[in-house]
Design a protein around this ligand. Structure first.
Ligand code: GUN
Length: 278
């Protein structure tokens, strides 16, 4: 029988731990505040932003919401971020992505002070992760490490295969697994003989962005499979990058969609906000 890794339950445990920590900080007179910026009203972004605000309220983090119109210029957004960088009452800054096409995301990400970069997207944060220095780490891969650890899954010495090389998930995922002493292979859209490589994985992390792409022919018997994808199918039902029903019986542990990796991203964002004050 395989273990279903329950991200909903684990993220709830983390949020409860953080709630206690925030209460402790408040007793010392320390407030935790996160600025959340959304430009335009992309419906998916609005859902994510609302979930982030709700999580802040639950834990006791103050959320400062900036809902800017679609026509906001890059310069206006840069000025807002600079103002928040200089504001001692703001501990973390989150700019929800994607931004409207006329705004260069990279410019905005690099404007956020690394001290307040709770998303872990700034070059300095990524560089720190790469050399093993202190810094914020991207929330989704950090959440995956936490899922593995809290599910009693050993990483050290294991062959960890990551499919996907994005700056937000694939690359930091590979670096984190390496930090945990895994043996890491990164695959991507140009990889040849993908199945041959994924078939060697003890831990397979799938962040490919294609619904139900990975079936049982990609997976070694008894592997741990982590699904980062989230899609809506024709019946409006959520599914991941992994065909859960076909793959799960061949694994020792697997994350479901929904209720696997997704809830961990917000829990780790909250974790990063609290550590910005600690
Ligand atoms: N859009 C999708 N995921 C994320 C995330 O983790 N952070 C931000 N800022 N925007 C996103």
């Amino acid at each position: 029988m395989y273990q279903i890794i329950d991200g909903k339950k684990i993220s709830q445990e983390i949020k409860d731990e953080l709630k206690e920590k925030v209460a402790g900080l408040k007793e010392q007179g320390k407030n935790v505040a996160l600025a959340v910026i959304q430009v335009g009203n992309d419906p998916a972004s609005s859902v994510y932003v609302n979930n982030k605000k709700k999580a802040c309220a639950y834990i006791g983090i103050e959320s400062l919401a900036y809902e800017l119109p679609e026509e906001t210029t890059e310069q206006e957004l840069v000025e807002l971020v600079e103002k928040l960088n200089a504001d001692d009452k703001v501990n973390g800054i989150l700019v929800q992505l994607p931004l409207p096409k006329h705004i260069n995301e990279e410019t905005i990400i690099q404007t956020i002070s690394p001290k307040k970069d709770v998303d872990g997207f700034h070059m300095q944060s990524v560089g720190a992760l790469c050399v093993g220095a202190k810094g914020y780490v991207s929330c989704t891969p950090l959440g995956i490490i936490e899922l593995l650890k809290r599910s009693g899954i050993e990483i050290a010495g294991k062959h960890c295969v990551v499919i996907g090389r994005s700056n937000i998930v694939g690359k930091p995922m590979a670096l984190l697994l390496l930090r945990e002493n895994g043996t890491v292979t990164v695959c991507h859209s140009r990889t040849q003989d993908l199945k041959e490589i994924t078939g060697q994985a003890d831990i397979l992390v799938v962040a490919i962005g294609k619904p139900k792409f990975v079936d049982e022919t990609y997976v070694k018997e008894g592997a741990v499979v982590i699904d980062v994808g989230i899609h809506r199918n024709e019946q409006n039902k959520l599914c991941g990058d992994v065909d859960f029903d076909r793959v799960a019986p061949h694994t020792s542990a697997i994350t479901p969609v929904p209720g696997g990796v997704g809830p961990m991203t917000i829990a780790m964002l909250m974790n990063n906000c609290v550590s910005s004050v600690e």
